[in-house]
Design a protein around this ligand. Structure first.
Ligand code: NDP
Ligand code: 2IT
Length: 449
């Protein structure tokens, strides 16, 4: 993307950097969004007059708290908990909780900032927020995990509610963790408030297709982008990183639509399986037995595990980074381009560095940023909230059809905005612009908030 940024935008950006020192991921997200909405701000002087950008880059509320718990050896452990409530102009704060040792304020703020525009783009009534902890779920027992979740929720309870803030899962937080969190919330509040958390189990308020929604949504978005160029997924080979919730269900949908994912990864390395990833084995290794990904290769003839190197060096026409932020850099983008990649769709949040995005776009590769491509998860969370409020449960097929419709609308909104603001087919500009306008208009209408 080559666009010029106005002095107003530069001033807001510089002030935000100075006010939030030592937060590189937050700075990166600020830079990406502020740069790409420059054409919108140029057409709307009223946004500058109302100080919309100065307000948008400042979270409405940030909570950090101590989470004490006792491990199986009887030792006291202390983690740090976070909830950053970024923007509630469009609805209750909404966004996941991440449990990973790398979690810090910068990461939670970048995620909450991005979430605000992603959620706006879904067209659902949800604001943006994010939370989590530097707790490491790897190597902890089920009892330790439960005690940690209960302690975390004792504090988080004060800040959330179905009309206030509705957390869900993210890295390290799936249905098991949501269960322990929900149980503790219910106990503390003495009310069965289903809509306070999403990603619940199907037997206790969860929604069909929420588990699958992010991965399925990424592939629906990919399908829409390819269709715009008269192409399909059929017969394509995909390079996928990660091996958690998003990666697993992206691979599942690729298979259903006639494409083949040949890689998965985790923080220990990656798997290449030219026959196509065996989904049942992947789920057995990662979800059921919770092993490292190398166990997949031990049990699958023809597959091999690579402990060093980069998954992006494996040739394929599609790429879906679905692990974590900044996992795809400029060398990786160059390798993908060399190997003939046609499209990259971000399953993770901000997995590609700015240099990598620029290289891919310059090479004419279709590029879907996370806030568009992975928005299916949070969109389905909003539908889980609707079902909870109405005490209803929709069937799997109906839910999947709604998800597919939302991803198609979202693709159209991002594409149309890319055209409207002078960069047709640039989904980074399109997604940021479309999401931003919805939030900015609501903030303007609601006065100085
Ligand atoms: P999971 O915890 O289910 O899986 C995460 C995967 O990424 C694991 O394979 C993990 O490997 C790997 N990973 C995590 N951190 C790192 C790291 N620092 N370096 C290398 N590998 C890493 O998480 P999800 O699948 O839910 O989330 C994946 C991405 O998708 C995240 O960026 C998340 O923010 C984003 N996302 C998730 C949504 C959801 O609904 N779940 C919705 C939208 C976006 P290991 O086990 O070795 O850590
Ligand atoms: O990044 C994300 O959009 C999520 N982790 C899902 C958030 C949600 O509230 O479902």
């Amino acid at each position: 993307m080559t666009i010029s940024v106005s002095p107003y935008i530069s001033k807001v950006y510089d002030a935000a950097i100075a006010r939030n020192p030592g937060e590189p991921e937050f700075h990166q997200a600020l830079g990406e969004v502020l740069e790409s909405i420059a054409p919108v701000v140029a057409q709307h002087p009223e946004y500058a007059e109302a100080g919309i950008l100065e307000r948008l880059v400042e979270p409405e509320r940030q909570v950090m708290f101590r989470v004490p718990w006792v491990d199986d050896a009887g030792r006291v452990r202390v983690n740090r908990g976070y909830r950053v409530q970024f923007n509630s102009a469009l609805g209750p704060y909404k966004g996941g909780l991440r449990f990973h040792p790398s979690v810090n304020l910068s990461i939670i703020k970048f995620l909450g900032f991005e979430q605000t525009f992603k959620n706006a783009l879904t067209g659902q009534g949800i604001g943006g927020g994010k939370g989590g902890s530097d707790f490491n779920p790897h190597g902890t027992s089920d009892g330790e995990l439960m005690r940690f979740c209960q302690s975390f929720m004792i504090e988080l309870t004060r800040h959330i509610g179905q009309y206030t803030d509705v957390p869900a899962g993210d890295i390290g937080v799936g249905t098991r963790e949501i269960g322990y969190l929900f149980g503790q919330y219910r106990r503390l509040m003495n009310r069965h408030e289903s809509g306070v958390l999403t990603g619940k189990g199907l037997g206790w308020g969860g929604a069909n297709v929420r588990t699958e929604a992010t991965g399925y949504g990424v592939v629906f978005f990919l399908q829409e982008m390819l269709a715009k160029r008269g192409e399909t997924l059929e017969g394509r080979t995909a390079i996928v990183s990660g091996s958690g919730n998003v990666a697993t269900y992206a691979i599942a949908k690729l298979q259903q639509l006639g494409a083949k994912a040949i890689t998965v990864s985790d923080s220990s390395g990656y798997i290449v399986d030219q026959a196509g990833i065996d989904l049942e084995l992947l789920k057995q290794v990662k979800e059921v037995e919770r092993l490292r990904i190398s166990a997949y290769a031990d049990r699958r003839p023809g597959a091999h595990f690579v402990a060093s190197g980069r998954v992006w060096e494996v040739p394929g026409q599609l790429a879906i980074p679905a692990a974590t932020q900044n996992e795809l850099g400029s060398d990786d983008a160059a390798a993908l381009i060399r190997n003939g990649v046609v499209a990259v769709a971000e399953g993770a949040n901000m997995p590609s560095t700015p240099d990598a995005v620029e290289l891919l776009q310059q090479a004419g590769v279709l590029f879907a940023p996370g806030k568009a491509a992975n928005a299916g998860g949070v969109a389905m969370s909003a539908l889980e909230m609707s079902q909870n409020a109405a005490r209803e449960r929709w069937g799997f097929e109906e839910s999947e059809a709604r998800l597919s419709g939302i991803m198609s609308d979202l693709h159209a909104a991002a594409y149309d905005a890319s055209e409207k603001y002078g960069h047709p087919g640039d989904y980074v500009i399109g997604a940021n612009a479309a999401g931003f306008v919805r939030v900015a208009e609501a903030m303007l209408a609601q006065g100085l908030i």
